[in-house]
Design a protein around this ligand. Structure first.
Ligand code: BYC
Ligand code: FE
Ligand code: FE
Length: 474
């Protein structure tokens, strides 16, 4: 089972020995056509017959795990891969830290694990649904290919979670796997589970912000689950993280390229008017950052959470890089939080275990701050005086202890009226979306890029920028 050999010729490529488990294989082969039907209905529109230069996971060894070639998306080889582990795995945190990890579901944690896995699984198809129209306004073939790469890998992440549901949760797991194909992003009757995954992602500015901020929540959640005492979950999520790095690259560099181009257009225009040059002005970029950063903060859950304490105590979910910390119990320690009390912001200490969502959010925010510093260096190098910022983590929240209050981007308490009067300056508006849709016309000529974005510094897998990343005519 601890195999690095991947059965690539199987109907479902895998390194989990599916061929030796006929019952599981049958269940997954029954799910496969339903998945393909979902992909056809809810995946990227209209590009199904076009060969895309995609990377496919073919191995779990760190060198050369991926293979690049032109493939049509419905023919993509969605597989099931677990990272191998050399040492005998241990529970890494909580009350049982140091004891052997579980290779089967411990009965007392069955419900919690099922909930964690279903929540993680649900985000993967949701993001594909949110992005399904974006191919029609891609700024280049390079970007179009990156969009589809992200989409097929989110599809594979769904496979990764569905494997766990089918293998370890019996009948309930199969039912959950079916329901994952029935919920729909933004649907009033059967929405996706988490807030950010029901928000529209109408254009490429939101796509880049989504892959920057929302996929980055994915990175931290997966990293926390990679510390899980349920060994198959830890090893599945570890492999997902290797793919995730590219999604974050797409988001971070995509925004950087827009920022760079906007700074150029600011210099070109006699009045420094970026929109006058058909570009994306910095206020609009800031509103987009504010919007997706805060919806992504919500994905970490409440600041004070007994669920989070239970997950940690049970060893189901660790902190970011828990294995590198000195201490894994988090007992007898407190975490200081800003809370609203009697209409004022004050501080309160809560037991550290109850603040585990906030601890993970801290790691995430730090990483986002790093990206902001990078973008601001781009602005400086391009001669722009503008600087972009991250809003306070209290601003524009829909989950947790700040939900029922209003804050400005600096994190100060404001009134509902002040919020109403200013929100159009702070978060994406319908007018912003209209403007962005008006400038986002597709550019499908190899090597050409839309006016509102700079070219990347290099191509994919050593290919030149004018490579035919998606073959639209053949
Ligand atoms: N929206 O104790 P609380 C990714 C619910 S992204 C709606 O505060 P807890 C990806 C919560 O379910 C990573 N509801 O938080 C990215 C609970 O409901 P119940 C996804 C929310 O329990 C891009 C209640 O509020 N992975 O991979 O600690 C593209 C109170 O809960 C939200 C995971 O999420 C929200 N934002 O939950 C593709 C990892 N937040 O039980 C993919 C698995 C909380 O009272 N999930 N609620 O009905 C978890 O570990 C946890 O469930 C949470 C936090 C992180 C969501
Ligand atoms: Fe994913
Ligand atoms: Fe992702």
């Amino acid at each position: 089972m601890q195999s690095t050999t991947v059965d690539l010729n199987a109907k479902i490529p895998n390194n989990v020995g599916l061929a030796d488990d006929p019952k599981l294989l049958r269940a997954l082969e029954k799910w496969l056509p339903r998945y393909l039907e979902w992909w056809h209905d809810m995946g990227p529109t209209d590009f199904e017959d076009k060969p895309v230069f995609l990377r496919t996971a073919v191995s779990v060894s760190t060198d050369g795990w991926a293979h690049y070639d032109h493939v049509r998306m419905p023919d993509y080889r969605w597989g099931i891969f677990l990272n191998p582990r050399e040492e005998e795995s241990e529970i890494r945190c909580g009350d049982d830290a140091g004891k052997p990890a579980w290779h089967e579901i411990p009965g007392e944690h069955r419900n919690a694990l099922r909930r964690i896995i279903v929540t993680q699984a649900d985000t993967e198809p949701a993001s594909v649904e949110q992005q399904r129209m974006l191919g029609h306004m891609a700024p280049s073939l390079y970007d179009l290919r990156n969009l589809f790469q992200v989409n097929v890998e989110e599809g594979r992440h769904l496979w990764a979670m569905v494997y766990l549901l089918h293998k370890y949760f019996g009948r309930d797991g199969r039912d959950e796997a079916d329901e994952l194909l029935e919920r729909r992003s933004g649907d009033v009757d059967k929405p996706r589970i988490l807030g950010a995954f029901n928000q529209p992602c109408d254009h490429w500015l939101s796509f880049f912000a989504f892959t920057m901020f929302t996929d980055r929540d994915g990175k931290y959640q997966l990293a926390a689950l990679a510390q899980s005492g349920f060994d198959p979950l830890a090893r599945t999520t570890e492999f997902m993280l290797t793919e995730e790095a590219h999604h974050l690259f797409v988001g971070e560099t995509g925004l950087d390229r827009i920022i760079k181009r906007s700074a150029e257009l600011e210099q070109i225009d006699p009045n420094g008017d970026i929109r006058n040059q058909g570009g994306i002005d910095f206020d609009l970029i800031q509103r987009t950052i504010n919007y997706w950063f805060t919806y992504s903060l919500d994905l970490f859950g409440g600041e004070i959470s007994s669920n989070a304490a239970d997950f940690f105590a049970a060893g189901l979910k660790g902190r970011y890089r828990e294995d590198r910390l000195d201490e894994h119990r988090a007992l007898g320690q407190e975490y200081r939080l800003n809370v609203v009390d009697g209409g004022k912001l004050t501080e309160r200490d809560v037991p550290l275990r109850n603040a585990m969502n906030e601890v993970l959010r801290d790691s995430y925010v730090k990483d986002c701050e790093r990206a902001l510093r990078k973008w601001n260096r781009t602005l400086e190098a391009a001669g722009s005086k503008t600087r972009l910022t991250l809003p306070s983590r209290r601003f524009h929240r829909h989950q947790g202890i700040y939900t029922d209050h209003f804050f400005n981007p600096e994190g100060q308490l404001i009134t509902a009226d002040q919020w109403e009067a200013n929100k159009h300056r702070w978060v994406l508006t319908p007018a912003d979306n209209d403007y962005l849709l008006s400038i986002m016309k597709p550019v499908y000529e190899p090597g050409k890029f839309a006016n509102w974005i700079a070219a990347p510094t290099r191509g994919i897998d050593g290919q030149p920028l004018d490579f035919e990343y998606v073959k639209l005519h053949d």
